[in-house]
Structures are given as C-alpha cells and as structure tokens.
Design a binder for this molecule. Structure first.
Ligand SMILES: [Zn+2]
Length: 268
C-alpha cells in the first residue's frame, strides 16, 4: 500500500514537472505552428475585400460565404488549440486527469514492439503513460469501452471475457496500443488539433470514420497519389494498426508501406 502511494506521488510529481519542461522544449514547435496560423489568418483578412468583390460579380455570394464561414471555423479551431498548446494546456489537463487514474509507462517489451513502427526518435516513448482504473471505469461505461488517447496518455479499458466471466486488461492487445500510439504520434507532430479533428469525425460519421477500404483500396489510393495526411485521424490510426497486425502475421503489407513511410516522415 505504502509503496503504491509513493509510486502514485512520484507519477504526479513527474506530471507536474512536465509542464515547465515542455513549455521550454516544445516552445519552438508550438510557437511555429501558431505563428503560421496567424500568418494565414492575416493573409485571408487582407484578401477579403478583393474576394468579396469577385464573388459579388460572379453571383455566387451565398455559396462562397458558406465556404468562408467553414474556413473561418477551421482557422479558429487551429488558433485556439495552438494557443492552448503554447501555454502548456496539455500538461495541465493531463496532470488533473491523472489525479483520478492509475498510470504506468510503456514496458520495455511494448517499447521494442512499437519502435519499429514509429521510428526510434519520432516519439518520447518514456513520456507515454497508460492510464487504467479509477474514474476511467465510469468513462468507459459511458463510451462503450472505447479506448482513447489524450495527448501523451492512452486510456485502456478492462474488458470482460464473455466465456470465462473474468476481467481482461486490453493492455495485452498490442495492435490496439499501436492504434492509440498513432494518436500520440499525431499529437506530438501536429499538436492538440488532432483531438478536435478526431472527435469531429467520430461525431459526424457516427463512429464510422475508421474505414479506409482495406489493403486493396490503399493500393488504388497510392496509385491515385493520395497521401497519408489526406486520411482522417481515425483512418490514419487504423491503417497503422492494420499494418502492425498483418506484418506480425507475415501477410503481404506492400500496400501499407508507402503510407507507413509518410508517417515516419511526419507527413501528417
Ligand atoms: Zn482512434
């Protein structure tokens, strides 16, 4: 008991320390992303009078205004989440959320298994936390036991084995871990926008956003010049999960290779 309290305290201290640490070491990437978004916004604002004159003459005002409103919404989402990242919002949120959960780092075996997918230097593997138990029991009851990743934390449910009636941790499910780690990878390289984008597709497609058409369709996509970044966040995670599963089963994964290479190149 005493040991587990000490471990819990050590983990919370680590969470707290990550806030100032990431404020500094992630400042260049975070400020760069925000700077680019502000630049794009200014540019659009400067072109606004010209744009209005053009669409008024072309008679497509209503359609173009709808398009502009959508683009403004996307821009605003980017601006807000990038500002949130810049002030260390992810670290503060994770600190608070972890207060009611049990967190553990990746095991050496898990790290070895996933490093071959994501590359040795593309993720801070030692910072990844698997969260289980505590308030998560309640969350999984509401979301139907769907594992999810928030920033550098992967939340895994405990599933009930139908045959035996016993509780089975989904931690043994390595392909699921790879799926959720793809979301961590997305966060690391594009920031918190991945979360808003993933939730948007989950909500607007009624959880049907994982389908990418399988191996055959991937081949066609590649021939047509479709890139990994053109898939939505859930499709991206599913593609990498399926690659991992099929590679372990010694199946032909050639259709997945170009997209995996783009992931490793951080083209998200
Ligand atoms: Zn997912």
């Amino acid at each position: 008991m005493f040991v587990s309290v000490l471990y819990w305290l050590k983990e919370r201290l680590r969470d707290a320390w990550l806030w100032p640490l990431n404020l500094v070491r992630d400042f260049p990437a975070r400020s760069g992303r925000l700077g680019r978004t502000i630049f794009v916004g200014f540019n659009a604002l400067l072109r606004w009078p010209l744009f209005m004159g053009k669409v008024a003459r072309a008679g497509t005002l209503r359609r173009q205004l709808r398009h502009a409103a959508r683009q403004t919404g996307i821009w605003l989402h980017l601006f807000l989440v990038q500002l949130f990242d810049l002030v260390g919002g992810p670290e503060v949120c994770q600190f608070v959320m972890h207060l009611g959960m049990h967190t553990t780092p990746l095991t050496a075996a898990e790290q070895t298994a996933v490093q071959s997918i994501f590359g040795p230097h593309n993720l801070r593997y030692q910072d990844v936390r698997i969260a289980q138990g505590g308030v998560l029991h309640l969350i999984f009851r509401f979301n139907g036991g769907l594992a999810f990743a928030t920033w550098y934390t992967i939340h895994l449910p405990v599933k009930r084995d139908v045959g035996q009636g016993t509780a089975v941790s989904s931690r043994q499910n390595l392909p699921l871990l790879v799926h959720e780690l793809t979301h961590v990878f997305q966060y690391h390289h594009v920031g918190s926008r991945y979360l808003g984008e993933a939730v948007y597709y989950l909500a607007t497609t009624n959880r049907n956003c994982y389908q990418y058409g399988g191996r055959a369709h991937l081949r066609v996509c590649h021939q047509q010049g479709k890139q990994f970044r053109h898939f939505n966040r859930e499709q991206q995670a599913q593609i990498i999960q399926d690659y991992f599963t099929q590679h372990r089963q010694n199946q032909d994964t050639a259709a997945y290779e170009p997209f995996l290479a783009q992931l490793r190149q951080r083209e998200l």
